[in-house]
Write a protein that binds this ligand. Structure first.
Ligand code: WQD
Length: 343
């Protein structure tokens, strides 16, 4: 019997990569997206990579319960993965109500539709941001969640709690939260990747846009941290590795292998890498010089965070496998593709 997964936010960066991996693992996928933070590039890319131009696509706002209900009426959904949310940390500080309304309403409307439909396996796209500035590295799933440092981070914590409480209510929802570290890179086909709107907040798109000349100079925010080279440390997880973790997680849920009705997993490499190492590695593997400067620290940044991914390794049978070099090559190939330079 075919197993069908609803991917909300499935036209976005991570959602489209997860769609590809699910289809290639034999799942049927239904995509819902309101296209507020992306265009059709990545979904088109997913169609090309999988050879499936029949992926059902609903252009809907997940905050509208009736729109979500319609999907459940038209498809037998075995699991749903919820990506549909705003995710810019800085923007969330300036527009908290936009973030609380969208990120909470969309999740609650999806959960309600799933519950009305007799229950469902629900996988939530969470973030390492829920840990804040952890006292001890690497962070495990038992590391305490610190008070959120942005409304974006607060919505991730709240959605985890909303999911856990919904599971506890015994209305047929089983739940899992995957806490991503820093998703980076692009699909090896260079047909889908990260497509930030406007000036990129995140490091890797800013690096590739500087390399291609769209940005003048990369500012490295702070080189006076007490870290080996003075720049921040992060756990950069390749987006294809991350997508494969979702396939493993969905399989665990649908095959009834969960040990608890609500589970949390860190999805990271377990390898701390500094911002300067990213820049140097990017230059080396792509054979180019990047124009960068050291600037002041960015407000809200934490100095270091990286995962202890052993629980996901053991329980999901998943482990990050792509090298940082290959990831940074894929990011550059994607930027060249966008510029039409490697058609
Ligand atoms: C990484 C490092 C910056 C840009 C956030 C969210 C997380 C997830 C990923 C959504 C930091 C430095 C960055 C630049 C720089 N969100 N940097 N120059 O802040 O670790 O995580 O994005 O998916 O939930 O919290 O990611 O890529 O913005 O920054 O020096 O132009 O790169 O200071 O040390 P971050 P990031």
């Amino acid at each position: 019997m075919s197993r069908k997964v609803l991917v909300t936010g499935g036209a976005g960066y991570i959602g489209s990569h997860v769609t590809v991996e699910l289809i290639q693992a034999g799942y049927d996928v239904v995509v819902a997206d309101n296209m507020s933070n992306c265009d059709m590039t990545c979904l088109e890319g997913a169609r090309k990579v999988t050879g499936r131009d029949d992926i059902p696509f609903y252009r809907i706002d997940c905050c509208n319960p009736d729109s979500v209900r319609k999907i459940f009426k038209e498809h037998r959904i075995d699991a749903l993965i919820h990506f549909a949310a705003f995710k810019a940390v800085g923007e969330s500080v300036n527009s908290p109500l936009k973030y609380y309304r969208n990120n909470l309403d969309s999740f609650m409307s999806v959960l309600s539709a799933a519950a009305e439909n007799g229950g469902c396996n629900v996988l939530f796209s969470s973030s390492a941001t829920v840990y804040g500035e952890a006292d001890k590295q690497p962070v495990t799933e038992q590391s305490p969640r610190k008070p959120a440092t942005s409304p974006y981070g607060a919505t991730k914590q709240m959605c985890e709690d909303i999911l856990q409480d919904t599971v506890k209510a015994g209305i047929g929802i089983k739940g899992m939260a995957l806490r991503y570290f820093n998703p980076v890179g692009a699909h090896p086909s260079a047909l889908l990747g990260e497509l930030p709107r406007g000036v990129p907040n995140n490091l890797i798109p800013y690096v590739t846009q500087t390399a291609i000349g769209k940005r003048e100079c990369l500012s490295i925010f702070g080189n006076d941290y007490p870290t080996p080279d003075g720049t921040c440390l992060r756990d950069f997880i390749d987006v294809v590795d991350l997508a494969k973790a979702h396939v493993a997680a969905v399989g665990r849920m649908i095959d009834g292998k969960m040990k608890e009705d609500y589970e949390i997993f860190n999805i990271g490499t377990g390898r701390p890498v500094s911002v300067l190492e990213i820049v140097k590695t990017f230059e080396k593997v792509n054979g180019l010089k990047l124009n960068y400067r050291f600037a002041g620290r960015r407000a809200g940044d934490i100095m270091a965070i990286w995962a202890d991914p052993s629980l996901a390794n053991e329980e999901l049978g998943w482990k990050a496998s792509r090298s940082l070099e290959d990831t940074l090559k894929s990011a550059w190939a994607w930027e060249l593709h966008l510029a039409g330079k490697n058609e």
